[in-house]
Design a protein around this ligand. Sequence first.
Ligand code: XMP
Length: 507
Amino acid sequence: NVLILDFGSQYTQLIARRVRELNIYCEIHPFNKIPQNLETFKAVILSGSPNSVRGEAVLHPDLTNIRGKMPLLAVCYGAQYLAHFSGGEVAPSNTREYGRANLSFILESDPFFNKIKTGSQVWMSHSDTIKTLPDNGVLLASTEDVKNAAYKIEGEHTYAIQFHPEVYHSTDGKQLLENFLVHIAHLDQDWTPQSFVEETVANLKNTLGSDRVVLGLSGGVDSSVAAMLLHKAIGKNLYCIFVNNGLLRKNEFQEVLDQYKNMGLNVKGVDASARFLDALAGLNDPEEKRKAIGRVFIEVFDDEAHEISDVKWLAQGTIYPDIIESVSATGGPSATIKSHHNVGGLPDFMKLKIVEPLKALFKDEVRRVGASMDMHADLLGRHPFPGPGLAIRILGDITAEKVRILQEVDAIFIGNLKKWNLYNSVWQAGAILLPVNSVGVMGDERTYEKCVALRAVESTDGMTADWVNLPYEFLQKTSNEIINKVKGVNRVVYDISSKPPATIEWE
Ligand code: XMP
């Protein structure tokens, strides 16, 4: 178990992912909220930070119980922090120290640089530089421009690096982390999807005993994998509810429900389409639409949960990025923790305890855990789909007819992506029904019909995204098929906006 202390760097989550890729478990905690149970951690990593050790907003971790007592790796800000406050000197750098650099000197005899050779490319991103090493500092590596690119402290298992091993452009970054964690801190690489499943199922059995648990399935990866883990642990005591809000993709409700049943889940499908459409009638504003859907979802879910007697727990598919407390640029950990937006708030009268079996995992790890439980690749590889569904892809007010048109268009688009083997290389795709009619001609007839936009993006987390360069021939065939087959549509456009400044959804 590795403790990563976060100083607010944009790369902190990447450090965690790299550590886990080595099959070593780690947790991110804010630098000023060091966990009490330090003895459960075998190594500590200090992250980078947007702050400067010379500025007024210097972030002071309390390392009394860490430094010199267990293996410590300090990255960027961490490296500067150790230097500045332990007898070294940190100063603003004269030359730019951003981007690619190569290690022109490496102390190759040190286990820290096991299998890494002089010339190795690293990624720099800092404006301060370490002028002199701290007391007992031993120089380990330099680049052309940065003399003190890496050092260790004699007599401690303390290592410090100015560059970022976690980013892709540090070509030996993963090896470096492995050297530190495996060769210096002696951690075992035994945190695998299988071991996660075994451990989690055992813990769930322990915690839940013979209690009943209710879970809302969405058809998405997270809730499905969470359900599978709980199913393994408590079987029929897991009551799953899958709500059709009438805003899902074409045929999706039935298909996914069948899949869930095939997996052996105790699932009840609830078709509440009419209730949602009623609540949406006449609403134009995107946020009002979202709120209406959230409210009705809670009502429906609550009604259904009350049908099950003696439920004690609500299970959620919350994943790690939803709960990591990040450190804000001004210092302390930011106050707000994101709540899981798909499930919304819990009505007061449902006094259920919460169980979140995936809350330690990143998205790709959820997929790997699902695969290790032999879950269907279709389910695990499914594109993210927003909770409010097609309601936020129909601009303006929602009617049953508009939903039908968009479902048809979307089904052709997604179906073709699969047929052309493009589906898995796209992070998310869908169609948008625009609130405009435009003139067209079909046969000898003048038409005045709807325009739809197609959107396909690549992304890793939805925070930033770029449009996908789909083949012209694919777009041509898809457009043709949509206009020929979907009554009411006479124009198709392709969205070529990146996020930012656009967003993925149009509402
Ligand atoms: P945007 O449009 O903000 O979308 O670039 C980023 C990701 O979030 C999804 N999204 C939502 N998911 N409820 C959800 O559960 C919502 O209200 C919502 N709005 C956007 C979007 O599909 C994309 O994956």
